[in-house]
Design a protein around this ligand. Structure first.
Ligand code: DQA
Length: 146
């Protein structure tokens, strides 16, 4: 059994209400329900969302004492700003997939740079909510191959 933590950063608690023309109508709760129902076989999911950078970093540090197999992270705006969150992920060495609901490369220039992509196993952007499912499949294949 593999265990995967799905992390969502700031403002992603507002999915469904926030800029629906970009992020769609589905809420974070709906997304979590769908992912739990469709996760690859033998994969257990845990979900965590925070609007507070230090709280997210502490959750990642906890993995040193209580490790799991992989992470899916949508860092939200921290993607483009947070060296601290990058360093936390680099410290724990758990394989992670970076997900963006929107195609960040087709948006404002400040969204084109990510502090995470070079450390990530894979990066998925612009596939909407399906990107989280693709990230789980990517991790599943990675666990099987390694
Ligand atoms: C996002 C893209 C980021 O630029 C933005 O700040 C978000 C969401 C996405 O999922 O498309 O909050 O990560």
């Amino acid at each position: 059994m593999s265990k995967v933590l799905i992390l969502n950063g700031p403002n992603l608690n507002l999915l469904g209400k926030r800029e629906p023309e970009i992020y769609g109508q589905t809420t974070l709760q709906d997304l979590q329900k769908t992912l739990s129902a469709t996760a690859p076989i033998n994969m257990q999911l845990e979900f965590f969302q925070s609007n507070h950078e230090g709280i997210m970093i502490d959750r990642i540090h906890n993995l040193l004492d209580d490790p799991l197999s992989g992470i899916v992270i949508n860092p939200g705006a921290w993607t483009h700003t947070s060296i601290a969150l990058r360093d936390a992920l680099a410290a724990i060495k758990t394989p992670f997939v970076e997900v963006h609901i929107s195609n960040v490369h087709g948006r404002e220039a400040f969204r084109h740079h990510s502090y995470f992509s070079d450390l990530a196993l894979a990066v998925i952007a612009g596939c909407g909510y399906a990107g989280y499912g693709f990230a789980l499949e990517t991790l599943h294949k990675h666990f099987k191959d390694s």
